[in-house]
Write a protein that binds this ligand. Structure first.
Ligand code: CTP
Ligand code: MG
Length: 229
């Protein structure tokens, strides 16, 4: 099966709160973006990796991955959009000439992706049109009104925190993204859910949690530092 990867790195990192977008910050000697790219390069060197970026960050991109050979494996980066959803769609469209069987869509803000998680997602794709890694929720979850008064407690045993890479049958996810262009869903599985197409949740990993705020980077940096790997 032909597998392609879309790595979305076109965000500005507003919650992270630094002029340098989080995907261009370092853990150890590599940027977050490069951690992700190298994880997929090692896994399936023959496959296509499509990075989506913001052309305003061209110098950061060049500094982060300029030395990696852009060719059959790592394709030239394409421009993203204002929303994550638009960025993913741009990445999927850029892969049309490849027409892979499967595509894995991954956040550059998750530098702790490991092969086990990727393989679990790919395995599940043999039976499902979509598969994503998830983590069980350990906190008690409250739904509140606008005044932060609790309305109800959600049974947490049914809840999973969604991670990436989210894997899909390529034509199915391209069709869903094309149909729902302009929405602002924060992940890709949501689009298949809207269409009633079942998506399987497989075991994710804590080190694959997303870097959203500053302290996430400090915490994950400790996890990923060479003496712990
Ligand atoms: N992303 C993207 N294009 C956008 C928005 C987000 O490619 N228009 C990417 C980000 O670069 C990130 C991933 O989608 O790798 C997950 O998004 P998020 O964590 O929300 O990153 P940002 O949008 O950059 O951060 P924030 O929401 O805090 O501004
Ligand atoms: Mg965002």
């Amino acid at each position: 099966k032909k597998i392609s990867v879309v790595i979305v790195a076109a965000g500005s990192g507003s919650r992270f709160g630094d002029p340098l977008p989080k995907q261009y910050h370092h853990i150890g000697d590599k940027t977050l973006l490069r951690h992700s790219i190298e994880a997929f390069m090692q896994l399936c060197p023959a496959h296509h990796i499509q990075v989506v970026y913001n052309p305003l960050h061209q110098n950061h991109l060049d500094a982060a991955i300029g030395d990696l050979i852009t060719g059959k494996n790592l394709r030239a980066a394409v421009a993203g959009g204002v929303t994550r959803q638009q960025s993913v769609l741009n990445g999927l469209r850029a892969l049309k000439d490849v027409t892979p069987d499967y595509v894995l869509v991954h956040d550059a803000a998750r530098p702790g992706i490991d092969p086990d998680v990727i393989y679990r997602v790919l395995d599940a794709l043999q039976e499902h049109k979509g598969a994503i890694p998830g983590i069980a929720v350990h906190d008690t979850i409250k739904q509140c009104n606008d005044d932060k008064v609790i309305l109800r407690t959600i049974a947490r045993d049914t809840l999973m925190r969604a991670q990436t890479p989210q894997g899909f049958d390529f034509n199915t996810i391209l069709m869903a993204h094309t149909k729902f262009e302009g929405l602002e869903m924060t992940d890709d599985a949501s689009l298949l859910e809207q269409m009633g197409i079942s998506v399987k949740c497989v075991q994710g990993s804590e080190r694959n949690d997303k870097i959203t705020r500053r302290h996430d980077l400090i915490r994950l940096g400790e996890h990923l530092s060479p003496e712990n790997s």
